[in-house]
Design a protein around this ligand. Structure first.
Ligand code: HEM
Length: 167
């Protein structure tokens, strides 16, 4: 985009003041944004499985929660590595307070998700009520907080956008 075109548009000017393009990306599409769908869905699935276990008492749901909490945690770690790399390497991301708010919320989420999985490894049935269910509820609240702040980085701050001046 030409400098003149950027100056004509205050929104684009603000977004492009510092580089906010993703460096951990496939053809400009951030890998972090591709990965986060998995931990988000799996944290919520773990809560669903815990509620079904509470409701039915069927150990199948406790086993489902063991697996979904494990994948939620490890895929979350993978997504966090991509996100942290962007945070540290891209100036326009690093210097925004909103990026750090998102990162702190995400780290709290990952601590809860890791605890929720780790507790279940030895005895995945007895731990569900009440502690597992409580951690799944807490994790779901933090998935909302971290996801909301992650979305703000894209929709409010234009992080990862490939800005085009074409109609
Ligand atoms: C410390 C760990 C993390 C850091 C530093 C981080 C950083 C970032 C950054 C820089 C973006 C902007 C898009 C990009 O450049 O990729 C972003 C977007 C986002 N992040 Fe994270 N993130 C972390 C962990 C997580 C986790 C664990 C989740 C949820 C499970 C999450 C959910 C999101 C969402 C939903 C978006 C918006 C993506 C979109 O709408 O396309 N992040 N994050």
């Amino acid at each position: 985009m030409s400098d003149a075109a950027i100056k004509d548009n205050p929104v684009v000017e603000e977004v492009t003041k510092h580089d906010v393009s993703s460096v951990v990306a496939v053809a400009g599409h951030p890998i972090h944004a591709m990965l986060v769908a998995f931990p988000i869905a799996l944290v919520l699935s773990t809560l669903g499985a815990d509620v079904f276990f509470w409701w039915t008492g069927d150990p199948f749901w406790a086993r489902a929660a063991l697996w979904s909490s494990g994948f939620a945690f490890w895929l979350g770690v993978l997504a966090s590595i991509a996100g942290t790399t962007e945070l540290l390497l891209v100036k326009g991301i690093r210097r925004r307070a909103a990026s750090w708010t998102h990162a702190i919320a995400a780290m709290m989420l990952m601590s809860i998700a890791g605890t929720n999985w780790g507790l279940r490894i030895d005895n995945h049935v007895e731990v569900v009520l009440p502690l597992g269910l409580f951690l799944s509820m807490l994790g779901s609240i933090f998935v909302g907080i971290a996801g909301w702040h992650g979305g703000k980085l894209v929709f409010d701050h234009g992080i990862g956008l490939m800005v085009s001046n074409n109609d």
